[in-house]
Design a protein around this ligand. Structure first.
Ligand code: FMN
Length: 198
């Protein structure tokens, strides 16, 4: 099939997010100006640069995670894994302003060292980030979408030693999960190597 963005695709759901899949899940910890803690998953998320290490998540509107990053200049990322999938999903619940999804999902608030927001203590790996930029996304005609891309720079990394093998982070052991389309997820269960030419 073929369709342009201007015509109906005729499918029960837009396949866009199933085509751009699997997407890593940015499990974002933040605090508001009063120090109240927040946690939420974002799958419009990725690593976008190394040297320095930058990550970005995109919010449909100004959700708590963006507003908190804006207010405090900081956030954390925790790796979402299969054993934590149910709690990751629970942390996407729309709670009232200031209600803590760590408590709601019964997750441990592990203290960060260089930033104030905590990260998920049960997660095999986490990143402490300082806010670089929040960009309101616009469309091809320059119209504002009302959606926001939040970019952070990694200032510290936590890895549970059990998940290091020969000095490498073991994503298969961690059972890293990623978001596919619809309500589907994928698990990193197998990895294979390919060496670049040259
Ligand atoms: C796996 C998963 C991925 C999600 N990805 C996004 C996303 O990329 N952007 C977004 O705006 N919401 C996303 N959501 C929904 C948010 O997690 C949800 O709206 C949450 O309540 C936002 O929390 P906050 O307002 O505390 O930041 C996702 C939910 C799940 C379960």
């Amino acid at each position: 099939m073929f369709y342009t963005a201007d015509e109906p695709h005729g499918l029960p759901f837009d396949p866009f997010k199933a085509i751009i899949a699997p997407r890593p899940i940015g499990w974002i910890g933040s605090i508001d100006a009063e120090g109240r803690v927040n946690l939420a998953p974002y799958s419009f998320f990725n690593a976008i640069n190394s040297r320095p290490n930058l990550i970005a998540f995109s919010s449909d509107g100004l959700k708590h995670s963006v507003r908190n990053a804006q207010a405090t200049g900081e956030f954390t990322y925790s790796l979402a894994t299969l054993p934590l999938a149910r709690q990751m999903n629970m942390s996407s619940a729309k709670l009232a302003d200031g209600d803590n999804e760590f408590d709601y999902a019964e997750l441990t608030m592990a203290p960060s060292r260089l930033v104030r927001p905590p990260f998920v203590g049960e997660s095999p790996a986490a990143l402490e980030c300082k806010l670089v930029q929040i960009i309101e996304l616009s469309d091809v005609d320059g119209r504002a979408t009302g959606n926001y891309l939040t970019i952070g720079q990694v200032v510290a990394t936590h890895i549970k030693d059990d998940y290091l093998r020969d000095g490498r982070f073991d994503a298969v052991k961690a059972q890293t999960i990623a978001r596919c389309g619809y309500n589907d997820y994928a698990t990193v269960a197998e990895q294979w190597e390919l060496t670049r030419p040259g």
